[in-house]
Design a protein around this ligand. Structure first.
Ligand code: FAD
Length: 376
């Protein structure tokens, strides 16, 4: 067993062992001295356990697959108290299930992750006015079509009601990486974010805002579509006045977040043994949103905004042949059903594996919530 928040590394620095409660910033800090990292989280305070069991998406996922694809071994306590391991040789079906199958199989007490040679990186975090959102959507879609196949780089793109943030991330030292060219001529608001050769730790600390402002009530939501600039713009125009109205009446902070997912994510997942998530093998966009508000009386109003928006993505996406049914568990809202979106065959296999390792279905009965197979 590993202490909850402990990080250790093996002699040749190829495998990091994590306690399930460790926050990603502490993982990167522990590994920094060895010049390596792991495929972990963007938000510094997010814990490793739930993140990996939900698949885990990271800046550099394009090249390496999902975070869960980079796990070498899970140590797990099963419902009957047995402590066992799941890896490519032992309990291989359970190993597959844990790579995105959620909290349905046992309590993970230790994870061994393959390290990746990422420490020194280039990035630019730029702020723009919300009026520039359409021009930034054009630049983003152009980069997704033409630049995203170079998996050294990725873009984080968060539109707010007043400010829009664009993060350009490159996994090695660089000078203005060419694939980000569509963004360079769009002027930032002051103070402009300067391009910097820096470290993963420094970047992760800068991303403390990811996930929201820490208000009492919050929610996420997700939907997946193919890459299409007109679709992006049409849903943004639908969202913007509704988001403003919800903000004006409830004070909620709301965002419109583009997460680019290149084809290489699903390809890398397959190469590394596969996972249950059924991520389509093509370039795609996982739209997401953060909602932060304070008053429980406003729950329906605030959550209604994101529900209407994902409904609009689905309606327009289906009409235009651009909708993809996959839902990323780590960004899904409580009423969404990511496990069902993995496809009938994968869902059935997950249920069989859960029945084998947890015959009394303890984990379906004692957990009040979470993405449970019994509800999928
Ligand atoms: C600020 C912020 C930033 C984020 N950034 C990212 C990101 O970059 N990429 C991404 O993919 N997601 C991101 N997320 C989403 C995040 O991965 C999910 O919220 C995830 O569920 C967090 O896991 P947790 O263990 O911290 O949460 P919890 O709510 O504690 O756990 C989530 C689920 O996993 C179960 N679980 C947790 N630990 C274990 C364990 N050891 N064994 C068995 N079951 C367990 C819990 O029972 C629960 O059902 C972010 C979230 C926030 C708030």
């Amino acid at each position: 067993m590993q202490d909850l928040d402990q990080v250790t590394i093996n002699d040749d620095k190829s495998i990091a062992t994590l306690g399930p409660g460790v926050a990603w910033i502490d993982v990167y800090k522990a590994l920094d001295q060895y010049g390596v990292s792991v495929v972990g989280g963007r938000g510094p305070t997010v814990g490793a356990g739930g993140f990996i069991l939900g698949g885990g998406y990271f800046h550099w996922a394009g090249k390496y697959g999902m975070a869960a694809d980079n796990v070498k071994d899970f140590e797990i306590v099963l419902a009957d108290g047995t402590i066992t391991n799941a890896n490519a040789e032992k309990n291989t079906d359970l190993f597959w299930a844990l790579k995105g199958g959620g909290p349905n199989f046992g309590i993970v007490t230790k994870m061994e992750l393959y390290t990746v040679p990422i420490r020194n990186i280039w990035y630019q975090l730029g702020a723009y006015s919300s009026k520039q959102a359409p021009a930034l959507i054009d630049a983003f879609a152009k980069w997704q079509k033409e630049g995203a196949s170079d998996t050294r780089g990725t873009v984080g793109f968060v539109i707010g009601l007043e400010t829009t943030i664009v993060g350009l991330f490159w996994s090695e030292p660089a000078v203005k990486p060419e694939p980000f060219a569509p963004f360079y001529d769009i002027p930032q608001i002051e103070p402009a974010g300067k391009p910097a050769n820096s470290t993963l730790i420094h970047l992760t600390n800068q991303l403390a805002f990811v996930g929201g402002d820490g208000s009492a009530r919050h929610d996420y939501r997700t939907v997946t579509t193919k890459v299409d600039v007109e679709l992006y713009k049409d849903v943004y125009e639908f969202w913007k006045p509704k988001a403003q109205a919800v903000h004006d009446t409830t004070g909620a902070n709301v965002t419109f977040v583009f997460q680019p997912v290149p084809k290489s994510v699903a390809e890398a997942s397959k190469e590394k043994g596969g996972n249950p998530m059924g991520i389509p093998v093509e370039g795609q966009m996982w739209w997401s949103t953060t909602l932060e508000w304070t008053d429980a009386a406003d729950d329906d109003t605030v959550r209604g905004l994101s529900i209407e928006t994902t409904d609009k993505w689905e309606e327009l996406g289906k009409a235009r042949g651009l909708y993809l049914p996959y839902l990323f568990m780590n960004d899904a809202s409580r009423d969404q059903n990511p496990l069902a979106s993995y496809g009938e065959k994968n869902l059935q296999r997950l249920k069989e594996i859960a029945a084998e390792y947890d015959p009394t279905q303890l984990f379906q009965k004692v957990q009040n919530s979470g993405f449970l197979l019994s509800k999928a």
